[in-house]
Design a binder for this molecule. Structure first.
Ligand SMILES: Nc1ncnc2c1ncn2[C@@H]1O[C@H](COP(=O)(O)OP(=O)(O)OP(=O)(O)O)[C@@H](O)[C@H]1O
Ligand SMILES: [Mg+2]
Length: 235
């Protein structure tokens, strides 16, 4: 493992039943970085995040966080180690209001954001405190889903396609939030298909295809890699 990695994934394999989905995924995230996993539909990006969280049926290989091995640990232990996952489907409870949704995930470590600090980051959410989950727009739901995991005290945030289906102005707000979180010392592993958005927040990229990492580059090399990226992502 490289010196100084907060998260180091190597030879990660995942199976869903008989289907072998990840074939030796390897990458690392250093403390304070925003790292983006890019790749087409079905490349294995979400499966990689779920495997880190321990919410896939069968996995092997190594996922080291703060130099501790997470493979073999239960998902609640992994959460308590200080990793939080914001899923693609956002997971907002329709029958709960905004504040109830915010209070749902348990605090796993000291140092999580307070509710006022979360409202400061997401003023739109503050205006909607007593609204039910279902009444929120897609953008509000996404902000609530991110805000919610900031309370937990996790220092590594796994964000799965936070911009999916959102209007450009909301996407910009989410980009600003991610940059603020980085400034405050959070480490972020982001899954994106929208590399134009990713370019506004990411330090480095890994490209996935068919359950493997097939390329990697830093943000400063993005321009030089744009042709290859179009090919990888089919855009
Ligand atoms: N629960 C599951 N059971 C069986 N196969 C699954 C399951 N979840 C995902 N897969 C398969 O695993 C592969 C990787 O899926 P995954 O969701 O990780 O891709 P992704 O890169 O996140 O794609 P997308 O961009 O569409 O979100 C796909 O072939 C998918 O069909
Ligand atoms: Mg996905």
């Amino acid at each position: 493992m490289a010196e100084g990695a907060l998260l180091a994934v190597s030879n990660l394999q995942v199976w869903y039943g008989e289907s072998h989905i990840l074939h030796g995924v390897a990458f690392e995230v250093r403390a304070g970085e925003v790292v983006t996993l890019l790749g087409r539909n079905g490349a294995g990006k979400t499966t990689t995040l779920k495997a880190i969280m321990g919410i896939v049926a069968r996995r092997s290989g190594s996922v080291r966080f703060e130099n501790r091995e997470l493979i073999g640990r239960a998902s609640n232990e992994i959460a308590r180690a200080g990793i939080a996952f914001c899923p693609e489907e956002r997971g907002i409870f329709a029958s709960l209001d905004v504040e109830e949704n915010l209070l749902l995930p348990p605090q796993v470590r000291p140092g999580g954001l307070t509710l006022p600090a979360i409202y400061e980051l997401f003023p739109n959410i503050k205006e909607r405190l007593t609204s039910q989950g279902t009444k929120l727009s897609g953008g509000e739901q996404q902000m609530l889903a991110i805000g919610r995991i900031l309370r937990t005290g996790a220092r590594l945030l796994l964000l799965d396609e936070p911009t999916e289906g959102l209007a450009p102005v909301i996407i910009q707000q989410i980009g600003k939030t991610i940059r603020t979180l980085k400034e405050r010392g959070f480490t972020i592993l982001l899954v994106e298909q929208n590399f134009r958005f990713a370019a506004t927040v990411a330090d480095r990229y890994y490209v996935m295809e068919h359950g493997r990492v097939i390329d990697r580059f830093s943000n400063s090399d993005l321009d030089a890699n744009i042709g290859k990226l179009h090919e990888y992502l089919g855009v």
